[in-house]
Design a protein around this ligand. Structure first.
Ligand SMILES: Nc1ncnc2c1ncn2[C@@H]1O[C@H](COP(=O)(O)OP(=O)(O)OP(=O)(O)O)[C@@H](O)[C@H]1O
Length: 331
C-alpha cells in the first residue's frame, strides 16, 4: 500500500507551495508485456493545476500509462517525475504526492463513509491533529456530510465515486489520478461528478489527471492527449486540436440529392457524398458557405446542418478510425 505522509493535516494545499515544477513529466515511456507493446514511446508534461485527460479507445494503453505514472507498473523504458520526484529513485515521495481513484471501487462497503476516510488516514499515517476537520471538509466536498455514518454498501454509484475522490484527496496530494472516473455512471451522475471535479479543483488546487474514452469528458479538460495503440497521436487543448482540422461538415436534405450533387460539383467544385440526412460535404467556413450553396442550388433545400470538427474527427484524422465505433462511447 502507499506510504506514509507526515504533513500536517491543516497544511495548505501543497500545489500552492511548489510553483514551477511540472506536476508530471514523462519522457520516452515504454511498457512491453510478453504478448503486446502496451505503451510505445510516450512523452507528456502536465502543469500544476491543470485538468489533463488521456483520451483513447479501449486497449489504447491509458490504464498502463496511469499505472506507470502512479508507480504501480514499472516502465520497460523511460523516465517519470511526479511533483519533481523520480518514480524509480523516489517512489515513496511520489506516492505521497498522489491520490488514485481506480476504475473498480476499492471502498469497504461494510464501513461507513467516515470510517473509510479514517482507514485511509491510518494507512497514510496522517497526524491526528486536524484530521477530524479534514475528514469533515472532504465529506462536505463530496456532499456526503449527512451520510457520513451510513454504510457505503447503501450508496449509489455516484456517491461512491465522490467518496473515493474525497478519500484520494484526504492526504492533500499534488496530483489526483482518476482512471475512467465516470464509467458505469448514468448521464446525470456523470454531469454531477464533473461539477464535483470542478469544485475539487477550485477548493483543493489539485492537478487532475484522468483517462476517458468519452469525447464530451475530454472536452472538459484543459488539455488532452489522444492515445491510440500505445502512442500519443495528438496533444493540446481541445480547441487547438480541433482547429487543426479546417473543414466543417455540412449535411443537406434536398428535394433531389442527385441534381444537388451535380450542381455542387459543377458550380462550387465541391464533391458531395451520401450522408445520414442526404448529402454531406466538407468545407472551410461552413456557416459562411451555406447561404451561397442554398442560393446556387435549383432544387429545394429542406434542412442544412453545419458541424464544427469534433474530437472524434481529430481521432479519425490521426488514426483513420472513429473512437466511438470501438469504445461504445458517446459522440
Ligand atoms: N498486465 C498485463 N499483462 C499483459 N497485457 C496487458 C496487461 N495490462 C494491459 N495489457 C495489454 O496492454 C494493452 C493496453 O491496455 P490498457 O488497459 O492500458 O488500455 P486502456 O486504454 O486503459 O483500455 P481500457 O479502457 O479498456 O482499460 C492491451 O492490449 C492490454 O491487453
Amino acid at each position: 500500500m502507499f506510504g506514509t505522509g507526515h504533513r500536517s493535516a491543516q497544511a495548505p494545499p501543497i500545489a500552492h507551495r511548489c510553483q514551477g515544477v511540472p506536476a508530471i513529466r514523462a519522457t520516452g515511456l515504454h511498457k512491453s508485456y510478453p504478448d503486446v507493446d502496451a505503451v510505445r514511446g510516450v512523452d507528456l508534461t502536465v502543469e500544476q493545476g491543470e485538468t489533463f485527460g488521456l483520451l483513447g479507445p479501449n486497449g489504447a494503453g491509458k490504464s498502463t500509462i496511469i499505472a506507470m505514472l502512479c508507480t504501480l507498473a514499472v516502465p520497460t523504458a523511460g523516465h517519470i517525475e511526479v511533483a519533481g520526484h523520480d518514480t524509480r529513485t523516489a517512489p515513496g515521495p511520489v506516492r505521497r504526492s498522489l491520490g488514485i481513484v481506480f476504475q473498480e471501487s476499492t471502498l469497504d462497503g461494510e464501513l461507513t463513509a467516515a470510517e473509510n476516510l479514517r482507514f485511509h488516514a491510518d494507512l497514510y499515517a496522517m497526524p491526528k491533529a486536524g484530521l477530524a476537520a479534514r475528514i469533515d471538509a472532504m465529506l462536505d466536498l463530496a456532499g456526503l456530510t449527512a451520510r457520513r455514518h451510513h454504510l457505503v454498501r447503501t450508496f449509489s454509484g455516484g456517491m461512491r465515486r465522490r467518496l473515493e475522490i474525497a478519500r484520494g484527496l484526504l492526504h492533500r496530494p499534488r496530483v489526483l489520478f482518476l482512471d475512467e472516473p465516470t464509467i458505469g455512471l448514468d448521464p446525470q451522475a456523470r454531469d454531477r461528478l464533473w461539477a464535483h471535479l470542478r469544485e475539487v479543483r477550485e477548493r483543493e488546487a489539485t492537478t487532475i489527471f484522468l483517462t476517458t474514452h468519452y469525447l464530451d469528458e475530454a472536452e472538459r479538460c484543459d488539455r488532452i492527449a489522444i492515445v491510440d495503440d500505445g502512442r500519443i497521436v495528438a496533444q493540446g487543448t481541445p480547441a487547438e486540436l480541433k482547429s487543426t482540422l479546417a473543414a466543417d461538415r455540412i449535411d443537406l436534405r434536398t428535394g433531389d440529392d442527385v441534381a444537388a450533387a451535380v450542381a455542387l460539383r459543377e458550380r462550387f467544385g465541391i464533391e458531395a457524398v451520401a450522408g445520414p440526412r442526404g448529402l454531406r460535404v466538407q468545407a472551410e467556413n461552413g456557416a459562411r458557405l451555406v447561404p451561397r450553396l442554398c442560393a446556387g442550388l435549383d432544387v429545394p433545400v429542406y434542412e442544412v446542418t453545419v458541424t464544427r470538427p469534433s474530437l472524434d474527427d481529430v481521432f479519425l484524422h490521426h488514426t483513420g478510425r472513429h473512437i466511438r465505433d470501438e469504445s461504445g462511447g458517446d459522440g
